[in-house]
Design a binder for this molecule. Structure first.
Ligand code: BG6
Length: 480
């Protein structure tokens, strides 16, 4: 059923090398690829198949989670073709079609195609247009699906335009909008933790929760991605997609069942209720920053005003979450690489032990590099004195950093091959997150920034700390 030719636009790019090809290698190693399968990688560069395969072999050696094995590589390389083509030129799609016919027959893919757009967003619409004009979107007795990398558009308007094109050509059911965070193990675990336990859900609300903190920090800078990042910044690159998806899983109501649409219906309701939306509130509750050495990165303007850090205080305006702050931060060149969610509970209303030091209960979900759930609570320190100490119960799925859990892309590619769209974003999720983000970007346009404003290797600008200090709170840095 899931045999297909996987057609990658952007075959020589960073994503293909670092994520897609290593994911295919790991899938073939585990015997999970469909029986009839081939890859056609499309790039502008004039490369022979051999030269292309050499590049891919190097990236698999560098980025795959399984060690390189000649036997596995031989199996995979026989499925990979390189096609040089200018994907803005319609005439070349006729030739592509002939080539795909040849590959389909040779590899028994039943004429099913999955087009993966791993190119800069400004090329999405021309590729989709040309595929449709060449009838490469046909669904008669086979499937043609399209997978789109984020960012889906640059703002609400461009996302609407792009979406219309894609839906016209492929239909919503064949459109897979990738947000690779949704493929991460612990994000899939959030719903299980909340809805498969009777312990957490009754206290998952304003009466018991004091605050939620979400941190996605990276130690790397922008590296070779300057030209993309200058047009994106942290708000589009991380918040519009990954972090709002994560937040909606934490904040959503219980879906009526686990069907993709029921889950997405609830996530969308969260995105519709996000605050701040007014200019004054945005100014008060959102802080941006830029690391010191950003302006000397390749393809970055020496006067760039692109943010590499954002901290937000958000509110989900629903009865469940009234007045509970959600603090979110993300940035490059921070001290640690980590994604962590901290749910901090309120202190008991009537404290029997008010003469002793106790800490608030915390549920900590670690997404990466460690994966696990930790619950922090108070207990009596053994001994003759009355002393309270914080203790921890933990479920550590992956305590040894680097253990071999599947990469998000492996799961997402397999799901797309199998036609399961649960872990992909539905159009209205993208729409409402852009609505929210657009208001922020617009309000920033009139403001002066004083960039760069944080040292490389620190937790962002001082204003990010002040944002919480105004509420009598601090960022919880787990290594502390
Ligand atoms: C990507 C962003 O979507 O996610 C990158 O474009 C970021 O800027 C990356 O580095 C982070 O992903 P992960 O899986 O390493 O947390």
């Amino acid at each position: 059923m899931n045999n297909n030719t996987f057609v990658i636009f952007g075959g020589t790019g960073d994503l293909t090398q670092r994520k897609l090809m290593p994911a295919l290698y790991n899938l073939i190693k585990e015997g999970s690829l469909p029986k009839g399968f081939a890859v056609v990688s499309i790039g502008r560069r004039d490369l022979t198949r051999e030269a292309y395969l050499d590049q891919i072999q190097t990236s698999i050696k560098t980025f795959s989670r399984y060690p390189f094995e000649e036997k596995i590589w031989d199996e995979l390389k026989n499925l990979i073709y390189y096609k040089q083509m200018d994907f803005t030129n319609f005439a070349e799609y006729e030739k592509l079609k002939e080539f795909l016919d040849f590959v389909d027959i040779k590899h028994h893919t039943k004429g099913n195609h999955i087009y993966y757009l791993a190119v800069a967003p400004e090329f999405f619409d021309v590729i989709v247009d040309n595929l449709a004009k060449a009838n490469l979107n046909a669904q008669n007795g086979k499937f043609s699906r399209v997978m789109i990398e984020k960012p889906f558009g640059r703002n609400l308007q461009s996302a609407i335009y792009l979406n219309q094109k894609i839906i016209q050509a492929f239909g919503e059911e064949n459109t897979y909008r990738i947000d690779h965070y949704l493929g991460k193990e612990m994000l899939q675990n959030i719903m299980v933790i909340r809805f498969a336990n009777s312990l957490f859900e009754p206290v998952w609300n304003k009466d018991y929760i004091e605050q939620v903190q979400i941190t996605s920090s990276e130690t790397i800078g922008i590296g070779t991605r300057g030209s993309y990042y200058e047009n994106a910044g942290a708000i589009r690159d991380m918040v519009q997609s990954h972090l709002l998806q994560l937040l909606s899983l934490i904040a959503m109501e219980r879906p009526k069942d686990l069907s993709p649409n029921s889950v997405r219906d609830e996530k969308v309701k969260v995105l519709q209720k996000l605050k701040p939306t007014s200019k004054a509130e945005i100014k008060k509750n959102i802080v941006r920053g830029q690391y010191k050495s950003y302006r000397s990165e390749p393809n970055v303007s020496t006067t760039s005003t692109t943010e590499t850090f954002v901290a937000l205080k958000l509110e989900v305006d629903t009865p469940r979450w009234k007045n509970v702050p959600f603090y979110i931060r993300t940035g490059k060149k921070l001290p640690r690489k980590a994604i962590e969610i901290i749910i901090q509970f309120k202190q008991p209303e009537k404290m029997l032990y008010d003469n002793l030091t106790s800490i608030p209960n915390m549920l900590i979900i670690k997404v990466q590099p460690q994966e696990g759930v930790f619950f922090v609570f108070n207990a009596k320190k053994p001994g003759t004195k009355n002393t309270i100490i914080p203790v921890q119960m933990d479920f550590c799925q992956n305590c040894d950093v680097g253990i071999n859990t599947p990469e998000a892309y492996e799961r997402l590619l397999l799901d797309a091959f199998n036609g399961d769209s649960t872990l992909f974003a539905r159009w209205d999720e993208v729409l409402y997150s852009w609505k929210f983000i657009d208001a922020i970007i617009e309000s920033w346009q009139d403001d002066e920034v004083n960039f760069p404003n944080y040292e490389d290797g620190t937790y962002g600008p001082i204003e990010a700390n002040e944002l919480l200090a105004k509420d009598g709170k601090e960022w919880i840095n787990l290594e502390d």
